[in-house]
Design a binder for this molecule. Structure first.
Ligand SMILES: NC(=O)c1ccc[n+]([C@@H]2O[C@H](COP(=O)([O-])OP(=O)(O)OC[C@H]3O[C@@H](n4cnc5c(N)ncnc54)[C@H](O)[C@@H]3O)[C@@H](O)[C@H]2O)c1
Ligand SMILES: O[C@H]1[C@H](O)[C@@H](O)[C@H](O)[C@@H](O)[C@H]1O
Length: 346
């Protein structure tokens, strides 16, 4: 161990309050408690206090609350992980910033651009970046390989990207606009990050809905982004495909193409045939990415730094979502309105 690593290990463990103890919150609590190093779960909070209590009972020294504000003010809380639904994020982010706590906020930063701008303002007033947004694909090894390949330039400029984003099923509170603001928001962030361009316009095309989608959910949809430098990204979003969790992307460049997400992890030949397994949800598909994301957040917070996707990235995606929801409604190509990027987020 180097001297620097020894010093780092001596720093006190980060006490984390996890807000929202549903699917993602419970998985992050398990991760902080059992997988990563340098942090412990000091508090959990959920509007459903009984759910929070059941989870707290599985972790030594963890207290449950029915209110996020109480958890943020609890003794031993040094940082916050928000895993409540998007509409609750603004209030909880502002409360965390008011206490100058580092925050890992599950995507989306907020569900609309106006509230995202209010969060940016609060962070700028605080005078230092405190928010990391949970765009976990940036921590996935396949996405990182694709990013490095595109940066290396051997394939020339990327012209097109084709993405497929399929979920087995969705929560019963899922709506057609959430296909954009909760699901395609990942492709918005990936496109911005991989291509290093903003998204200038968005179009949404709706095939006939699957008869297996819940009533009122117009699923699947095809979404097209045009970037500021003229690249085009297509996204098939199918949130109730029923058979597996698939996130795939193919970049088409001037001198070649590159694909990720084909799921070629383990291929088995057997008397019954050949093939592999399809993960059934994001928790299985992105397990390693979430581990790395949370570990990097904890390491940065313990060193009094902030890393990863910023509140600006969260706002930029929210602005594309706003245009996307409008495009869904009108069926028209819709321009994205983005405020000028403050130097604070350069
Ligand atoms: N990065 C990813 O791949 C990924 C995957 C799933 C979910 N998410 C995000 O994580 C967040 C949570 O999603 P989920 O699937 O775990 O949802 P969920 O519905 O399973 O859990 C949300 C929990 O938050 C609680 N809650 C609601 N309002 C609250 C409030 N104001 N304060 C405290 N608790 C509140 C609910 O009672 C529920 O227990 C969302 O922002 C979602 O978009 C991200
Ligand atoms: O909240 C979830 C999560 O972000 C998943 O990664 C995505 O695949 C789903 O579509 C979305 O509903």
């Amino acid at each position: 161990m180097t001297q620097q690593a020894r010093e780092f290990a001596r720093r006190p463990s980060l006490g984390v309050a996890v807000i929202g103890t549903g699917a993602m919150g419970a998985d992050h609590v398990r991760r902080i408690d059992q997988v990563i190093s340098g942090a412990h779960v000091a508090a959990v909070a959920d509007l459903d206090e009984a759910r929070a209590r059941r989870l707290a009972d599985t972790v030594d020294g963890c207290t449950a609350y029915g209110d996020a504000a109480e958890a943020l003010a609890a003794p031993g809380v040094d940082a916050v992980l928000l895993a409540s639904p998007g509409p609750a994020h603004e209030e909880q982010l502002l409360a965390a910033l008011a206490r100058d706590l580092p925050v890992l906020c599950e995507k989306p930063l907020t569900p609309d651009a106006e509230s995202a701008l209010r969060v940016l303002d609060a962070e700028r007033k605080l005078g230092r970046r405190r928010i990391q947004v949970g765009f976990m694909r940036r921590f996935d090894s396949e996405f990182r390989k694709l990013k490095r390949l595109l940066e290396g330039g051997t394939l020339g400029r990327p012209l097109l990207m084709h993405c497929r984003h399929r979920n087995v099923k969705v929560h019963d509170y899922f709506t057609t606009s959430m296909l954009i603001s909760d699901s395609v928001v990942h492709e918005m962030d990936c496109a911005r990050w991989l291509l290093e361009q903003e998204i200038a316009a968005i179009t949404v095309v709706r095939p006939r809905p699957s008869s297996l989608a819940p009533d009122g959910l117009e699923d699947p949809q095809v979404v097209l982004f045009e970037t500021t430098e003229g690249a085009v990204v297509t996204v098939e979003m199918f949130a109730t495909c029923g058979f597996g969790y698939q996130v795939q992307a193919e970049a088409v460049c001037e001198r070649g193409t590159a694909r990720i997400g084909e799921g070629h992890d383990l291929l088995v030949n057997s008397p019954a045939g050949w093939g592999g397994e399809i993960p059934q949800d994001f928790i299985a598909r992105f397990a390693d990415a979430y581990d790395l994301e949370v570990q990097e957040w904890v390491d940065a917070a313990r060193a009094d730094r902030t890393t990863g996707p910023t509140a600006w990235d969260g706002y930029a995606a929210a602005a594309v979502c706003a245009a996307g929801i409008e495009a869904q409604r009108t069926g028209q190509r819709t321009a994205v309105e983005l405020v000028e990027r403050p130097d604070f987020y350069a």
